[in-house]
Design a protein around this ligand. Structure first.
Ligand code: FAD
Length: 501
């Protein structure tokens, strides 16, 4: 899918390199303020770091230890703003942090959580409480010896869908979004940027002119425009493992390791538990990142240090890895490098400006986009004031209290759906679930069944509206059917997509 392509000769206001959360978020904000925007993504939307996160909209409790108060406060405030913007793909979670003899003392955990509760505009999310693990059912899934825990709030996000919804909203507001389109060069000439891009499907090369260029290439930020535009970037790899569900409770664990690092165990896609993450300096091609044997061993040992029922390699059903493009603040350890973002503007006098995005979290993408737009407006002139805070993303216009009613409504309208199918569809598409189901009166009306509940109607929707082209786009980014790939006829899906594109 491509939308509103301007003629290559008409300059656009803003050309954005990268369709991760930062590029898509800036595209949305800028398009909504009336700027003409062109975004090029060399692969699929969210195919870089933005689909490989721990998927938390969080203040980052651990960043308090590094005195990152500005970042933590901004991120804490964003939790409720983002939740109300997209209550289908973002929702509250409770985290249980067991006290561990010999690690951080209780007073320190209490102090950190007190700050966490009070630093940043918490209105709806419930506050921290203390849990007696000898009484709480969650205590039973842990090895003996954990008596006390603290339970606090953060939010969950479907990271890849957040990217796509931002790109869709940008396109709806006039932006051109091109996937599978790689920027291969950019030069300043005649007061404009001339950006060369390669369509990786057709092999056609095209030049776009733009008044301003944004480099939001994530871990590729240093490579994309060559060494003349390099900045202090530290690449830090993080990996996760997914295992069959380890416990039956909606709450997550926030565990401390003896080495001072922390990791999460999070209920995931109903049948699974997500465990991560690691932190290790990375060099090489970010597209090739994958979990190492040492990371697998580390995460298994970490989980087995806490859970009564131990896991082994055979329990792992999926792993994923991503590369954090962090600002290099000179920290000695990878986990201590700042998670804050840095925006750099270059271009002398009348030269067209280049804005480079370094770092940032999924959680702070909306604020990062607002900060980026301040630079855009100072270069290109002011158009409109900030607008994204209250503006819901597609499918999310039912409010933070409305999820259950939305599921019940869908189930009532489409009697052939089970409760869990209706819930799954609302989680993924919100009010747009009805667009997929249309006038269907039975599952047979949804077209070919590829298995595990994936029907042609959903595939068609993703191809038509969300730039999905490959099996991987559909099974691992637009949805997580990939976790049930054994029950899906992948060959049939591949053949279907070949005809659809
Ligand atoms: P990316 O998502 O990598 O996007 C950059 C895009 O640019 C890519 O899609 C790439 O294909 C494209 N690109 C590169 N070169 C070119 C080119 N030449 N032409 C066209 N396109 C190009 N944040 C949170 O808020 N919560 C979390 O729980 C969390 N957990 C994390 C866990 C891990 C293990 C990691 C690695 C990160 C985590 N983060 C988390 C951080 C967050 O995921 C990243 O900060 C964020 O996704 C970065 O987004 P981005 O848009 O800058 O980069």
């Amino acid at each position: 899918m491509s939308s509103g392509s301007p003629s290559p000769s008409a300059p656009v206001d803003l050309f954005i390199i990268g369709g991760g959360i930062n590029g898509s978020g800036i595209a949305r904000d800028a398009a909504g303020r009336g700027f003409s925007v062109f975004l090029a993504e060399m692969d699929d939307l969210a195919s870089g770091t933005s689909s490989a996160s721990t998927k938390l909209i969080h203040g980052g409790l651990r960043y308090l230890e590094h005195y990152e108060f500005r970042l933590v406060r901004e991120a804490l405030i964003e939790r409720e703003i983002l939740w109300s913007m997209a209550p289908h793909i973002i929702w509250p979670l409770r985290f249980v942090l067991p006290h561990h003899q010999g690690l951080r003392p209780k007073w320190l955990l209490r102090l950190g959580l007190f700050l966490y509760d009070h630093l940043g505009g918490r209105k709806r999310l419930p506050p921290t409480t203390t849990r007696d693990l000898t009484q709480d059912p969650l205590g039973k899934v842990l090895k003996p010896g954990h008596a006390t825990a603290f339970e606090y709030s953060d939010c969950w996000v479907d990271d890849a869908r957040l990217v796509v919804l931002n790109a869709r909203d940008a396109a709806a507001r006039g932006a051109t979004i091109r996937t599978r389109t790689k920027v291969v060069g950019a030069r300043r000439e005649g007061g404009m940027w001339h950006i060369e891009m390669l369509d990786r499907i057709t092999g056609i090369q095209e030049t776009i002119t733009a008044k301003m260029l944004v480099n939001a290439a994530g871990p590729w930020v240093e490579q994309v425009l060559g060494s003349a535009h390099s900045h202090a970037v530290r690449l830090v790899k993080g990996s996760h493992i997914v295992v069959r569900r380890l416990y039956d409770d909606p709450r997550c664990f926030f565990f401390q390791n003896a080495d001072g690092r922390i990791f999460f165990a999070i209920p995931y896609e109903r049948d699974f538990t997500l465990i991560g993450t690691t932190d290790a300096d990375f060099s090489g091609d970010p597209a090739e990142v994958s979990i190492s044997e040492a990371e697998i061993d580390y995460l298994i040992a970490a989980a087995n240090g806490y859970f009564a029922s131990e896991i082994g390699r055979d329990d792992i059903v999926w792993t994923y890895s991503g590369v954090r493009p962090l600002y290099d603040d000179g920290a000695s350890k990878a986990q201590e490098a700042t998670r804050d973002y840095v925006l750099k503007v270059t271009g002398e006098g009348e030269e067209p400006k280049l804005l480079t995005v370094i770092g940032g979290k999924i959680t702070t993408y909306r604020r990062l986009a607002e900060a980026a737009l301040e630079h855009v407006e100072s270069a290109l002139g002011t158009r409109k004031s900030k607008w994204t805070a209250g503006a819901q993303l597609l499918g999310g216009a039912f409010g933070v209290e409305g999820f259950e009613a939305e599921v019940a409504g869908l189930k009532a309208r489409y009697g052939f759906l089970s409760g869990s199918e209706a819930e799954k569809l609302i989680r993924r598409y919100g009010t747009e679930a009805q667009v997929i189901l249309g006038s269907a009166e039975s599952a047979d009306d949804l077209g070919h069944n590829f298995g595990a509940g994936l029907y042609a109607a959903e595939v068609d929707f993703l191809v038509r509206n969300e730039w999905a082209r490959t099996v991987e786009d559909i099974l691992w980014r637009r949805t997580k059917y990939g976790l049930h790939a054994g029950r899906i006829d992948v060959g049939a899906l591949e053949a279907y997509l070949a005809n659809a594109n």
